[in-house]
Design a protein around this ligand. Structure first.
Ligand SMILES: [Zn+2]
Ligand SMILES: [Zn+2]
Length: 65
Protein backbone atom coordinates (compact mmCIF):
# COMPACT_ATOMS: atom_id res chain seq x y z
CA UNK A 1 0.00 0.00 0.00
CA UNK A 2 1.33 3.39 -0.94
CA UNK A 3 0.90 6.51 1.12
CA UNK A 4 0.25 9.08 -1.55
CA UNK A 5 -2.57 10.52 0.51
CA UNK A 6 -2.01 11.52 4.08
CA UNK A 7 -4.73 9.52 5.64
CA UNK A 8 -5.67 10.54 9.13
CA UNK A 9 -7.47 8.68 11.86
CA UNK A 10 -9.47 10.04 14.74
CA UNK A 11 -8.06 8.56 17.93
CA UNK A 12 -11.42 8.88 19.69
CA UNK A 13 -13.85 7.17 17.35
CA UNK A 14 -11.50 5.58 14.84
CA UNK A 15 -12.96 7.52 11.94
CA UNK A 16 -10.46 7.66 9.12
CA UNK A 17 -10.45 9.76 6.00
CA UNK A 18 -8.14 11.07 3.35
CA UNK A 19 -10.30 14.10 2.67
CA UNK A 20 -8.62 17.17 4.09
CA UNK A 21 -6.45 16.89 7.13
CA UNK A 22 -7.29 15.74 10.61
CA UNK A 23 -7.12 18.31 13.34
CA UNK A 24 -4.57 17.78 16.07
CA UNK A 25 -5.50 18.25 19.69
CA UNK A 26 -3.56 21.06 21.36
CA UNK A 27 -3.04 18.98 24.49
CA UNK A 28 -2.14 15.48 23.38
CA UNK A 29 -1.34 16.28 19.72
CA UNK A 30 -3.37 13.32 18.58
CA UNK A 31 -5.44 13.56 15.46
CA UNK A 32 -9.14 14.00 15.88
CA UNK A 33 -12.17 14.35 13.67
CA UNK A 34 -14.21 17.54 13.87
CA UNK A 35 -16.88 15.92 15.96
CA UNK A 36 -14.47 15.10 18.74
CA UNK A 37 -12.63 18.39 18.86
CA UNK A 38 -13.94 21.29 20.87
CA UNK A 39 -12.65 24.81 20.67
CA UNK A 40 -11.97 26.21 24.10
CA UNK A 41 -10.64 29.54 25.24
CA UNK A 42 -7.41 29.10 27.16
CA UNK A 43 -6.03 32.03 29.11
CA UNK A 44 -2.48 32.94 28.17
CA UNK A 45 -0.82 34.85 31.03
CA UNK A 46 1.94 36.11 28.76
CA UNK A 47 -0.30 37.91 26.31
CA UNK A 48 -3.18 38.45 28.74
CA UNK A 49 -5.55 37.14 26.10
CA UNK A 50 -7.72 34.15 25.69
CA UNK A 51 -6.47 31.94 22.92
CA UNK A 52 -8.66 29.50 21.11
CA UNK A 53 -7.37 25.97 21.29
CA UNK A 54 -8.75 22.83 19.82
CA UNK A 55 -8.95 20.17 22.47
CA UNK A 56 -10.16 16.64 21.96
CA UNK A 57 -12.98 15.22 24.06
CA UNK A 58 -10.57 12.98 25.94
CA UNK A 59 -8.44 15.87 27.15
CA UNK A 60 -11.52 17.92 27.90
CA UNK A 61 -12.90 15.07 29.96
CA UNK A 62 -9.64 14.81 31.91
CA UNK A 63 -9.79 18.52 32.70
CA UNK A 64 -13.25 18.27 34.17
CA UNK A 65 -12.30 15.46 36.53
ZN1 LIG B 1 -13.90 11.17 16.15
ZN1 LIG C 1 -6.28 15.49 23.35
Amino acid sequence: MSEENSRWLCHVCGYSSDIGTGQACAECYKICCRQHLTVTGVYNPESGLYELQQICVECQFKKTL
